[in-house]
Design a protein. Structure first.
Length: 218
């Protein structure tokens, strides 16, 4: 069970300090938004390169951007250990996944709430993680979409059949109230933004989430 706090809900003027506050996390989740694929703008490669120099944990880049074919490999080359592209924005998902791996990172594909899983099942051999979005991508602090749990179960079934070390991530509205149903459905990697950075102690929130998820491990 891996916890990846999203720094989208952190203080952007103090990102190094905010990463240090979640030292006990397995990953730090970095939301890259371009105001085209989603109606919000966050940060890009130059900021990620700076974060990589100071982060005490590996970075999990979630690219909510157009043209991931061009950009995703660059985040892997920069040193992100996991790079997630959205299949809805991808021209050639298989090639992106291969390019990410060739650059030394785990390759990950995200699907929005309205995107079905089945058409992409055949991409599993190219993937190290599948991200099932549990909100519409673009903003932190939205309500968890429990109706995505059947999709998490379907991905878990596919991964079981396929075998190998493929992780299943959920992102959006994950909190102490919702993480158990995600784990129960088959997720093993959990992004949480507001639930971690909105807590009195971000580090304690990470521990609580991990403990709750572990109680429902597959
Ligand atoms: C949403 C982002 C999420 C976001 C999650 O588009 O991909 O990573 O930060 O924030 P919470 O946990 O507050 O829903
Ligand atoms: Zn995200």
């Amino acid at each position: 069970m891996r916890i990846a706090p999203s720094i989208l809900s952190a203080d952007f003027a103090n990102l190094q300090r905010e990463l240090d506050a979640i030292k006990n996390a397995d990953w730090a989740h970095v939301d890259v938004m371009d105001n085209h694929f989603v109606p919000n703008l966050t940060l890009g490669l130059p900021v990620v390169e700076s974060l990589l120099k100071v982060a005490p944990m590996p970075l999990d880049a979630h690219l909510m951007i157009d043209d991931p074919d061009r950009w995703a490999p660059q985040y892997a080359e920069a040193g992100c250990k996991s790079v997630t592209f959205h299949v809805e924005a991808a021209a050639d998902p298989k090639k992106i996944a291969r390019d990410i791996r060739a650059a030394g990172a785990r390759s990950s594909m995200a699907i929005k709430p309205g995107t079905p899983w089945e058409p992409y099942e055949e991409l599993l051999p190219e993937l190290d993680m599948v991200l099932v979005m549990t909100v519409e991508p673009g903003f932190g602090g939205q309500s968890f979409m429990a109706e995505q749990m059947p999709k998490v179960r379907a991905v878990r079934e596919s991964v079981k059949k396929h075998g190998g070390d493929i992780w299943i991530q959920v992102d959006g509205g994950v909190s102490a109230k919702t993480i158990e149903q995600c784990a129960e459905a088959g997720a093993d990697t959990f992004v949480a933004g507001s639930a971690v950075y909105g807590a009195a102690s971000a580090a304690d929130a990470v521990e609580d989430l991990r403990r709750l998820a572990a109680g429902h491990a597959h």
